[in-house]
Write a protein that binds this ligand. Structure first.
Ligand code: LLP
Length: 415
């Protein structure tokens, strides 16, 4: 739950605003985002890593207002498409603090990045190096995305440090060094540094230490000074009670130690460190409110059906993600239920076997915790259900930063 959330028998108060009031005013489903929680997590990264560049992974919560908070708090921004860049532009995010990513950038993505003047493009294929080289004017900075061959022990869909997946130039095959050479061969490009992103929801600092150890060899082999080393994001966030937060101070200490040591041994200057947190900044700031529409008693279990589902949260279906669910406004003897959505698939399950008061019934309000990251971002219009709004709360004041998608919005695209 967001910092300072009050959970008692009568209500759930987020950012000083009761959930019942949010649901009455903005309808359900509704994604609530506690601004102070977002900003204090962002500040924690900046504090823990003095001298480093902290880059918010814009894909985790694409929203101009959130990008404005990050700009104001001194973070940089990573975008992975012209679309995310358009949001950054709407937020007037300083171009010198924007990095563009992606294993595929279309010509439109690259042109948009160059037109806005993003400071660095992370290149991810030989084709892209050639394409960017042809499009860019003199001195466009790039980073080479390296696959270090590190298993970060996370879900296969978000494990990007291992060799057998689509991202980056493998260290092991020599492709990463060849990418550095190809960049050097493009007169319009300049190597700013190396980049790795080993995965998401990564729990162990050791995975990052191992990455540093492996990439340090390339830092030394480049033959030119590597000014920046971007270790990507992936720092885990807790979704269930008792799950730990990421050990940020352990990370700062051990990763810096490893980097200083490895560079000293190889007699190369220590590159400036960059990190790209997304989830760890926004996940726990978000709460989704749903209205219970029906309770059904199956042969083996009780289904509590709500007015949202996999269109606003596909994460259980995609990654087997688990969530904490609370009934708002009432306590009671708990019993396990399965919270399901409104979509036309048996796999549209939001939370399996979660305890809710035995008398949960239609009309009740449910709150699901830790829905700030990759929820608004992954939402779809399946079954032509409009996507929920995002309501920012702070100091007892609520304001929409993304409005609810209407039928008119949905109809607009059809010819
Ligand atoms: N940097 C790069 C290059 C990335 O690809 C990502 C996330 C991040 C940073 C931020 O990672 P984070 O700190 O948020 O873990 N849809 C999935 C997560 C996909 C992550 C994609 N890349 C999910 O809902 O779990």
């Amino acid at each position: 739950w967001p910092d300072g959330t009050r959970l008692d028998a009568s209500d759930l108060v987020i950012g000083g605003v009761p959930a019942t009031r949010l649901a009455a005013r903005f309808g359900t489903p509704c994604q609530v985002l506690d601004e102070p929680t977002v900003r204090s997590r962002a500040a924690a990264f900046v504090r823990a890593l003095p001298g480093a560049e902290v880059v918010f992974a814009g894909k985790s919560l694409p929203c101009p207002e959130v990008y404005r908070w990050m700009a104001a708090d001194g973070l940089s921004l990573d975008v992975s498409s012209a679309g995310e860049l358009a949001l950054a532009r709407a937020a007037v995010f300083p171009a010198r603090r924007i990095i563009m990513h992606g294993n595929v950038k279309t010509a439109e993505d690259l042109k948009a990045a160059l037109a806005y003047g993003v400071s660095r493009v992370v290149v991810d294929s030989f084709d892209e190096i050639a394409q960017l080289g042809a499009l860019a004017r003199h001195g466009q900075e790039v980073m080479v995305r390296v696959t270090p061959g590190v298993d970060a022990h996370t879900h296969a869909a978000v494990a990007t440090g291992v060799d057998d997946q689509k991202f980056g130039f493998p260290l092991a095959s020599g492709a990463a060094l060849e990418a550095v050479r190809r960049v050097a061969g493009q007169p319009s490009l300049r190597l700013a540094g190396l980049h790795c992103h080993i995965g998401s929801q990564v729990r162990h600092v050791a995975s990052y230490e191992e990455t540093v150890r492996r990439v340090a060899g390339l830092v030394a082999a480049c033959g030119t000074r590597v000014e920046q080393l971007d270790l990507g994001g992936g720092f885990c966030a807790p979704y269930l009670p008792g799950e730990p937060s990421f050990d940020l101070f352990g990370f700062a200490h051990r990763v810096r130690g490893a980097l200083n040591y490895e560079c000293a041994v190889r007699r190369v200057p220590v590159p400036r460190l960059l990190v790209e947190p997304g989830r760890s900044i926004v996940a726990n700031a978000g709460v989704t409110l749903y209205r219970v529409c029906a309770v059904k008693y199956g042969v083996n279990r009780t289904f509590v059906a709500v007015d949202g589902g996999m269109s606003d949260n596909p994460r259980p279906a995609l990654y087997g993600a688990k969530y904490t669910v609370r009934l708002v406004g009432r306590g009671g003897r708990p019993r396990p239920v399965t919270v399901v959505g409104r979509h036309c698939e048996a796999g549209d399950v939001l939370a399996e076997d979660v305890p809710l008061p035995a008398d949960v019934h239609a009309g009740d309000l449910l709150a699901v915790a830790a829905t700030g990251a990759y929820h608004h971002a992954l939402a779809s219009n399946y079954n032509q259900v409009g996507r929920p709004p995002v309501i920012a709360v702070r100091d007892g004041v609520a304001r929409p930063v993304v409005r609810r998608e209407t039928e008119e919005d949905l109809l607009r695209r059809y010819v």
